[in-house]
Design a protein around this ligand. Structure first.
Ligand code: KIV
Length: 286
């Protein structure tokens, strides 16, 4: 399925309504998709097998999110995720991906202390783990750092609205920017991120009308999560939409499968078979 980013394929550019292009996804391709009005599909992955499946399904962007904390590590927040965790999971994901753009989250405190440290950590994510871009949270506060990272050749995705790394400041995972003051800040943050050179912005859990307005106001693709249908694309946490993680079920998650139930049933069936000496059979033995 994979092709070199510059190689010719059935289409050189997107036409209205075209949903899928087999070429390797690049940051430029995402910009073209915004211009052509082709919605961008993004999902998270944290390991090789899941990344392979998500990529083979034609999802455009795979985010190695710091949601790894809640999904894989059984934690309540993302704040304790380390660079080493993210490097490890990004390495696994990268091995499974041929077409999608692989974006890795920079974890909390890996980019806030100084731009130099942010550069070093963004560089590690690309050089050691194979990420093709990094994502970090915040607007004006991180804009200069974003500029420095972009200037050395690493694409940056911004993240505004509900920024989970700031959960202890917010005190809640509720919808952000409902009041005009915070909405205005968000509008300004989006502008600053665009000026700083981000290739895309994730907007998490903000009112749909505001998300649609911000999406129109910037030239870079805006990927929404709990931000309504007016964004250029959508992202969900894979384990949520697969119904594997069921303890977190906000209304913005559409659950496409009920894998927790199926997996549980399969595990129970296996345990019953072993206990009843029904596994393995003669055919399953050597
Ligand atoms: O960490 C993550 O999975 C994310 C998405 C929710 C956008 O940042």
């Amino acid at each position: 399925m994979s092709q070199h980013p510059d190689s010719d394929s059935s289409s050189d550019s997107f036409s209205e309504g075209e949903a899928f292009d087999v070429r390797k996804v690049t940051t430029n391709r995402l910009k073209e998709m915004k211009t052509a009005g082709v919605p961008i599909a993004a999902l998270t992955a944290y390991d090789y097998t899941m990344a392979q499946l998500v990529d083979a399904a034609g999802v455009d962007v795979i985010l190695v999110g710091d949601s790894v904390s809640t999904v894989m590590q059984g934690l309540e927040t993302t704040v304790t995720v380390t660079m080493e965790h993210m490097l490890y999971h990004t390495t696994l994901v990268r091995r499974g991906v041929e077409r999608a753009l692989v974006v890795a989250d920079l974890p909390f405190m890996s980019y806030q202390v100084s731009a130099d440290e942010a550069l070093r950590n963004a560089g590690r994510m690309v050089k050691e783990a194979g990420a093709e871009a990094v994502k970090l949270e915040g607007g004006r506060v991180v804009a200069d750092t974003v500029r420095r990272i972009v200037d050395i050749g690493i694409p940056v995705m911004g993240h505004l609205g509900l920024t989970p790394q700031s959960i202890h400041k917010f005190g809640t995972y509720q919808v952000r920017a409902r009041d005009e003051e915070e909405a205005d800040e968000l509008r300004r943050d989006a502008q600053r991120l665009e000026e700083a050179g981000v290739f895309s912005i994730v907007l998490e859990k903000v009112p749909a009308a505001l998300a649609a307005e911000v999406t129109k106001s910037v030239s870079v693709p805006v990927i929404g999560i709990g931000a309504g249908g007016g964004c250029d694309g959508q992202i969900l946490v894979s384990h949520d939409m697969l119904g594997i993680c069921t303890r977190f079920n906000p209304r913005f998650v559409r659950v496409y499968a009920n894998l927790a139930k199926d997996m549980q049933a399969a595990f129970e069936h296996y345990a019953r078979d072993v206990r009843a000496s029904e596994f393995p059979s003669v055919d399953e033995s050597y």
